[in-house]
Ligand binder design. Sequence first.
Ligand code: IVH
Length: 707
Amino acid sequence: MSDRQGAEQRLRSLRDALHHHNYLYYVLDAPEIPDSEYDKLFRELLELERAFPDLCTPDSPSQRVGAAPLREFGEVRHVVPMLSLENAFSDDEVRAFDARVRERLGDDEPVTYAAEPKLDGLAISLTYEHGVLSRGATRGDGSVGEDVTPNVRTIASVPLHLQGSGYPAALEVRGEIYMPKKAFEELNRRQLERGDKAFANPRNAAAGSLRQLDSRITASRNLEFFAYAWGEVRASAWPDTHSQVLARWRDWGLRTNPENRMVHGVQGCLEYFRRMSGKRESLPYQIDGVVYKVDRLDWQQRLGFVAHAPRWALAHKFPAEEVTTRLKAVEFQVGRTGALTPVARLEPVFVGGATVSNATLHNMDEVLRKDVRVGDTVIVRRAGDVIPEIVSVVLSERPADARQVKVPVKCPVCGAHVERETRERTKQGNTVIEELAAWRCTGRLACSAQLAQAILHFAGRRALDIEGLGEKLVAQLIAEKLLRSPADIYALSHAQLAGLERMGDKSAENLLAAIAKSKTTTLARFLYAMGIPEVGEVSAQTLAGHFGSLDALQSAALQYAAELTQARRDADRALTKNLANSALRQVPDIGPEAAASLAQFFGEPHNQTVIRALRAAGVHWPEGPVRRAAAGRLHGKSFVLTGALAGMSREQARERIQALGGKVTGSVSRNTDYLVVGAEPGSKLAEARRLGVRELNEAQLRDLLDS
Ligand code: IVH
């Protein structure tokens, strides 16, 4: 016998032995030889294959080491879509599921379910042709996934070929790729040692490890696989139940979860759930619930599917995990619109599969409602990928020096004033100012947290219309510190622009021309460009028409700011009534929210600085004469409309009243001067009569408008 023949024989027996031991280890969980023995056989296989490369087969265990990197993943269209599961979070939801199943089947007997742990990894499809693994694909969007064949080949518990006999000519096995808890901790330790980022949880780690263009990286990551479903099957015979299919698979060398059970009726499901809840911690992998599947396949077929999930299966999820830790501080983050969000800084704690050191507190109302104080021991909850949150405070453990959370007076990013949002409401006929949960940085134009959005809005088509100043470029200019406020746009030079990535000579020139052109604008556009909350394009036009000049608008806004501060300090009705009568509120369509927002915007010195800089840079518009609101005959008069008018629409009536300087509001209060009563009036009439508000019928309104 030649060397080669001998090698061929030895290789065959080594491959068989390694496959067999792999099967004993992974599928039966009953190894017969120690790891060191296995490694010895494996090394011998590698040496022989190195000496006779052409004798290496695609299903050789040596192929699990990974292959040369790909440029990109190919696409795989799933012949049978990969669905997701409907979720249940309570026993009652499981009972409802079971009731629906039995109703559809028209059977009152308890249904037998296959109950399985719900693995927290990622779904995979494995195609076996004549027993040989030919393709592995991710779920993707359910219809099209990624071809990750070289990667799945590296996973030891994925058989490279099926064993035994009787397997179908074509079989698409589906299951979960996951990273065991120990491998996850090990990987994160290595990541941190190397100065790389740690993975948030085993699922992310599994997904990140599988979706590697270089499958040698996947090979180093200790992923595992459990089979639990199937797609396309070309078989002459197939079992009658889900659990029989899985039993058959074990004979073929496919790894199924030893925790899988057949249970009877909803009672059996709930018992299984409780048992697995108790076992969860001690399992070597993460699960986030259990799955129930109607065991009989003919029943599955009868039950069918809804949009994205089968009617015959249900995921029963564990409640979000909760732990306690200490609240070290509360900081405030400024969002893109200037909203301040309190963020809890926590003593790091492991919960829901990840180490958590921050949690959201949503808003200040929540901080007060939960009475969260710095130094408190708090209960933290986290479910799956959801942002961790503080559930409550353990009051019995509150230290004497626990500190109350205070909203900063100044924006932590730009130093501008922070203001609480307010709303005006009518309460028993009185106008009151109500404080809302949201706090906002008023430095709209000067706050770097809001800068990108502010600049994009400023340059937008309906604002100053600077063509070519798009998202990517703005991000680049901010990163290069060339833009600190919208006014800096007008200081950009050709040299600065042409030096940027993807920016040629010509595009720099075009952009500069667009910037120069934008200097000539209208007051309405300029106002809209400021991005003042509550002031849209239409309000900007109304304001521009009403005040005629920026100075006139600014002084009305500043006056309103002063009145607002007064009124807020003092809930006196006389003051709130003044507020409704102030110049800013006489502008048609400018309600209390927009007025307050204008007051805050113009009241912030940082914004004034930017506006001055913009004007100094040459941004200008034609200014009209200052039209006094008092010119209107109905100035200072407040109207409310109820019921249908015959000769005009409510909208027309409103416009005509406003054109004469009157104000139309939505509800009746003591400040209302007239209630216009049409056909079939609503409850406003009773309220007006209670408060003694004067009523006008349609004819009287016409007289008033036409006189
Ligand atoms: S069966 C048509 N069984 O859960 C039903 N899914 O929420 C196909 N999952 O995408 C899924 N463990 O990634 C099934 N024992 C199990 C599972 C399981 C985890 C995942 C799977 C699926 C997701 C749906």
